[in-house]
Design a protein around this ligand. Sequence first.
Ligand SMILES: *Cc1c(COP(=O)(O)O)cnc(C)c1O
Length: 485
Amino acid sequence: MASNVLAVPAETDPALPLADRELVLEHAASLILDAWRSFDRARPEQPVPGERQLQLLRAPLPGEGSSPRAALDAAADVLDVSLAQARPRFFAYIGSSGLEIGVLGDALMASHDVNVATSAGGADLLEAQTIRWLGEFLGFDPAAVGALAAGGTIANLTALTAARERAVPGCRSDGAAGRRLALYCSREAHYSVRRAAEVLGIGGRNVRAIPLDGARRMDPAACAEAIDADRRAGVVPVAVVATAGTTLTGAVDDLHALADLCEARDLWLHVDGAYGLPAAATERAGGLFRGLARADSATVDAHKWLYVPKACSVLLMHDLEALERAFSHEESYMLHGGRSLAVDHTLEYSRPLRGLKLWLAFTVHGADAIRHAVQRNLEQAQLLAALVDADPRFELLVAPQLSAVCFRHRAPAGIDADMHNAALAQAVAADGRILLASAELDGVTCLRACIVNHRTTETDVRAIPAVVADVADALLHARTADGAG
Ligand SMILES: *Cc1c(COP(=O)(O)O)cnc(C)c1O
């Protein structure tokens, strides 16, 4: 037989030489360990990309390869000058904390690279078990089924696709056929609800932003009125989207009351708990989520408050049929293997075993440790709220229900408070000791800290008002100096 009919020499194969693998793996492990060590302590400031990194990042496409150790070093160097949400004083947005066992789960997952879209054997069972565990952990349903998704945005879209098919059977094939559809959610619901309405042909304008009650929850009576008014006008309600932990203030809608009104109106109730739902597992906040089990579907981002690295969102349901009705279809090239279950349940096709990191987190740490970490974050938010409330330099805007705290620094007379707090947010970011978000609440600009990190300590929390006051002093001082000069 002719040897070497292929013209491309095997030495150029993109594979690590056997002899190098162990060394490279050890080196990668040491870089990961360095990162973990640096996350253990707050760092004094956030470095920005310098000349070394910028030069590297301007380099043209390499034709030839180079040392994997050097390349990994370069990658770690770039990551080190990037904002790591895993750091304990990252309070901006709603971070993910890169739980160590989750990081290893991701590496293991990627090395096997199973595709959950095709029947993947053990991996399918593991993902189904993870979903059941989470359903039990949250008090949604110990027999929960559902799907993993790249984020809360996709999980919400997946649930609402199923809701649309239930509200208008055949909609996936025929379109809305002239019918007008609508969704109902809190005025402070996440933007992804509107995004879903846009993508699903419901129309962003047909998302009814329901007014809030005194606790910043969607007003159930106003929601019922909006639904009934729409029905009278011939509009087809698709679903009520309850928010279990708004992104802005952590308000949890009254799930029980919303389940009542959905039941009475035969309407889908979806709970967007992307951020807040893990608190349902705690003693401290569990009561806020009463009625959760009655929802048709619920979204929770494990990559937010269950600490695992992105991307790991879970859509929980009680039965899969509604998802099958929305997504199942037959693929001729798959007939030999019988029907692929996974492909029938979600929007995505090829996808990784996202559940593994959460499975590992529950297995290694146990549900109680995770519950306690969430409860600690809740207590830390109460501490921050108390610190801010007791300090005349600050103003607490809302009593936190979960772990998001919105507050303002009081501006001295003659200085616009909104402009002052917007400038302060920028100055705090530039200072780099802590990271906060700036937000708008009832038309005023404020600072917002969200505590969803298992690494965050009480000292880290106490640093928030201390650093903000410090930066504010410097800012006002500079302004006075400017004014004087
Ligand atoms: C973060 C968030 C989302 C979006 O989740 P992603 O994972 O960022 O796509 C949706 N809803 C709420 C309430 C959120 O806080």
